[in-house]
Design a protein around this ligand. Structure first.
Ligand code: SAM
Ligand code: SF4
Length: 328
């Protein structure tokens, strides 16, 4: 087999890079109300350092990169980073996960820099719920506009990530699903993962099978393939719908056996698994002048240490870092 593969023969070709741990929202499932302890600027990887790591990873077999955060669009000059990454020959797909609040202003520049597509987190279509969930202001209209601008400039397919929470936004399952009938919306319902910190209101879990049951009133969900991307979602289409409905089931049905990813935190730690605290530091070796061969060896060590699966069902959740630092 060519390229990278881990000790369980899973091919690893996807790197998720968190470019910042900062965010302009405070979603109730991701952050405590006061935010999280922030990493100091000097500890955050520079764009050149990110490029060096991506280049080494690409030489080993990584061909897909996703930029995430915190909120990646609040880090200045993000299009420059995309332009740098787009020059790496082996990288054939650069995508972004964003809360969408700043997307409208950046979409054209991002596309021009080499970004291919975008996922937007949108947990509600209602302004009062948006304020409740994000704990921040009135930017729902900006998010909706950002989605339209992203589509118009060709960052397609724009996928919408909805974390479903009982008593908070589960009443909107049908509204989101209905959007996929009339318009080309690609909505992915995500099961809530346990959050390590304190949060109010405390969001409660809804399983994907319960979501599916509730959606049946709109018609039969026909399985379909994603038009692009190779993530963990399972996709369906309602009868005659233009768009699709995906389910991501980290809790009720883990997808670890198909895991193809590594994560790089904004302070330069390579993380073999989102849901385990183990990390390999790349920043210090980089700043001490490690060779490209040495860097590749560290990346290979991270791949070799990928666990077979997470153990969330047995109560093991990562304690060292919130999702906003690892990129979700
Ligand atoms: N700020 C960007 C955003 O919100 O899209 C990118 C970072 S965010 C940490 C990445 C993804 O993680 C988002 O789609 C978010 O919904 C998801 N996420 C965060 N906490 C989660 C949780 N407790 N359960 C499920 N998904 C979560
Ligand atoms: Fe920020 Fe994204 Fe976390 Fe919401 S989910 S607080 S937008 S990092």
């Amino acid at each position: 087999m060519t390229g990278l593969s881990d000790s369980f023969q899973r091919p690893i070709n996807y790197l998720r890079i968190s470019v910042t741990d900062r965010c302009n929202l405070r979603c109730i499932y991701c952050m405590p109300p006061g935010g999280v302890c922030l990493i100091s600027h000097g500890e955050i990887l520079t764009y050149e350092e990110i490029y060096t790591i991506a280049q080494a990873a690409a030489e080993l077999g990584i061909d897909k990169i996703r930029l995430t955060g915190g909120e990646p669009l609040i880090r200045s000059g993000l299009p420059e980073l995309i332009q740098m990454l787009a020059q790496i020959d082996a990288i054939d797909d650069i995508s972004l996960t964003t809360n969408g609040t700043l997307l409208g202003g950046y979409a054209a520049e991002l596309k021009q820099a080499g970004l291919r597509r975008v996922n937007v987190s949108l947990d509600t279509l209602k302004q009062d719920k948006f304020e409740l969930i994000t704990r921040c202001g009135n930017s729902l209209s900006e998010v909706l506009e950002g989605i339209e601008v992203a589509r118009a400039v060709g960052l397609n397919p724009v996928k919408l990530n909805v974390v479903v929470m009982s008593g908070i936004n589960d009443g909107e399952l049908l509204d989101f699903a209905a959007k996929t009938i009339a318009e080309e919306w690609h909505v992915r319902f995500i099961e809530l993962m346990p959050f390590a910190g304190e949060t109010t209101p405390a969001p409660r879990f809804v399983s994907a099978s319960e979501m599916r049951q509730r959606l049946e009133s709109l018609g039969e969900l026909e399985p379909c393939l994603p038009s692009i991307g190779n993530g963990p979602a399972k996709y369906f289409r309602l009868p005659h719908a233009k768009g699709t409905i995906g389910f991501i089931t980290p809790v009720s049905e883990h997808f670890c056996f198909h895991c193809n990813r590594l994560r790089l935190t904004s302070d330069g730690k390579l993380r073999p698994c989102l849901l385990a605290d183990d990390e390999i530091d790349l920043k210090q070796p980089l700043r001490s002048g490690i060779s490209s061969a040495g860097l590749k060896q560290l990346i290979e060590e991270a791949v070799a240490s990928k666990p077979l699966r997470h153990h969330m069902a047995e109560g093991h959740v990562p304690k060292e870092r919130p999702f906003s630092q690892v990129g979700g």
